[in-house]
Design a protein around this ligand. Structure first.
Ligand code: CTP
Length: 441
């Protein structure tokens, strides 16, 4: 079975697919869309209300199931104008509920039975009109009745609004949202861009993968609540002239995974990213930089308020001593230009020697990309950088991959983290950081 393909593929991948060969494609989305059981054991009631974004709810249903959840779909009559219960039944593998008078339930109380089973009710899309109902405790259809009847302390309500930008910006909608938030609902926010009505602005429903990321984060233990985590990620690029430069093979995947895991753990996160094309994890402030000196400036700035600094970036150790203003041309002599190099600032060392780190207000974690003798090199590097925790890995075996194996090195010794997807390792590292910070407090 050849999957439908859009856009052009690298020739070797296209050839492999034509031949039916299994091919490992390293996707930049692999870190943000891992094929992992992040929602295993969770039962989600997915409520659909009337809006064109119902077409995205089908994809969300699939994504939740792929992440290991079971999904019970409940639709309003308005939602059935946009997508059929047949589609949602086929995707969720369960009968869809639409009426509070549904006689299939022995006690004829679907609003009680369905809400008692749920680990969360997710309304996606949530229309402006349905918000009004929730605000006022309306209960004249199954979905609103179920939201009202849910045990409010045990079954969280997550809302993914979707509407035209004027409807979204209207004071009435904003007022209703604030009220729903005050009543304990979690508003997952909206996307921005081209809308089905032809207008452009805020109010689109978030994409299914964004919603999935938010729902996974919602269920994650808040190990770093109240903390501000600064992460550097990716390579740096040191220009030779306006056309060329030197860089390295770092893909940024590990740093982006740590960023996501820190946000899941409830931290405020600043990501200082070198030139990579990975999508920004949800709920994170990203600062894009190119050179080591730009990365230093952005990191020192964020480190003024950060409480955790994780330096995953593969910072270029040297930069060309001078940068030509125009492209360096061949001069016809057959001789290559002679480049002089200057050492770049050490970002981790600079921040680890700063006042906040030395007074215990900023917990610093370094990474070591080695090519050999990992234990000795990593221990020596931890001492040299003056940091409490260093993560060692073999650079050439991890750059660009979706999984990795790592070694945690601290004053007590070394602890291996066996091979796993980078997001799994990132979550373990965040838990280790949180444990050490608690112990130090
Ligand atoms: N690092 C940094 N700034 C630099 C160089 C490294 O912040 N100019 C950080 C990296 O982000 C990583 C750690 O220091 O967390 C170790 O980086 P690595 O490249 O493994 O080591 P180096 O310090 O460059 O030492 P060497 O190249 O000699 O192994």
């Amino acid at each position: 079975h050849t999957p439908p393909l859009r856009g052009s593929l690298p020739p070797e991948v296209a050839l492999a697919l034509r031949r039916g060969m299994a091919t490992r494609i390293c996707s930049p989305y692999a870190v943000t869309m891992p094929p992992m059981n992040d929602l295993a054991g969770k039962h989600i009631v997915l409520g659909l209300t009337g809006g064109i974004a119902c077409y995205k709810a089908a994809e969300l249903c699939r994504a939740l199931i792929k992440a290991g959840a079971t999904v019970q779909v409940v639709m309003t009559q308005a939602a059935e104008q946009f997508i059929t219960p047949v589609t949602m039944q086929a995707l969720s593998n369960r009968t869809v509920y639409g009426s509070q008078w549904d006689a299939r339930e022995p006690n004829n109380m679907p609003h009680i039975n369905l809400s008692r089973e749920a680990d969360a009710i997710v309304i996606a899309p949530c229309s402006a009109d349905f918000m009004v109902k929730l605000v006022h405790g309306g209960a004249d259809d199954l979905l609103s009745l179920m939201c009202l009847a849910r045990p409010i302390d045990k079954v969280p309500l997550l809302l993914a609004p979707a509407m035209n930008r004027e409807m979204w910006a209207h004071p009435a909608t904003q007022r209703n949202m604030a009220q729903l938030s005050a009543d304990g609902a979690t508003i997952l926010g909206v996307g921005s861009g081209f809308q089905a009505c032809g207008e452009t602005g805020d109010g689109r429903m978030l994409e299914p993968q964004e919603l999935l990321e938010d729902i996974v984060a919602f269920f994650s233990p808040k190990l770093l609540a109240g903390q501000h985590v600064l992460v550097t990620a990716g390579p740096t690029f040191e220009a030779i002239d306006p056309i060329r430069g030197i860089t390295n093979h770092s893909s940024g995947k590990m740093g982006f995974a740590i960023t996501r895991a820190a946000r899941e753990a409830g931290a405020q996160v600043t990501l200082v990213a070198g030139p990579v094309s990975l999508p920004t994890p949800r709920g994170v402030q990203r600062v894009n930089v190119k050179s080591a000196r730009e990365m230093l400036a952005a990191s020192v700035d964020a480190a003024q308020t950060a409480t955790v600094f994780v330096a995953t970036a593969a910072v270029a150790d040297w930069r060309p001593a001078t940068q030509a203003n125009h492209k360096i041309k061949k001069d016809g002599s057959g001789q290559a230009p002679l480049l002089q190099f200057t050492e770049n600032p050490d970002i981790l060392h600079t921040i680890a020697q700063g006042e906040r780190a030395r007074s215990g207000q900023l917990f610093c974690v370094g990474f070591a990309a080695e090519s050999q003798d990992l234990v000795n090199n990593a221990q020596a590097k931890r001492a040299r950088k003056g940091i409490p925790l260093l993560v060692g890995n073999i650079g050439p075996l991890t750059f660009g991959q979706d999984d990795n194996e790592m070694l945690l090195v601290d004053a007590a010794g070394v602890q291996p983290l066996p091979r796993a997807p980078k997001l799994v390792l990132a979550r373990k590292l965040i838990a280790e950081i949180a444990r050490r910070m608690r112990a130090a407090a």
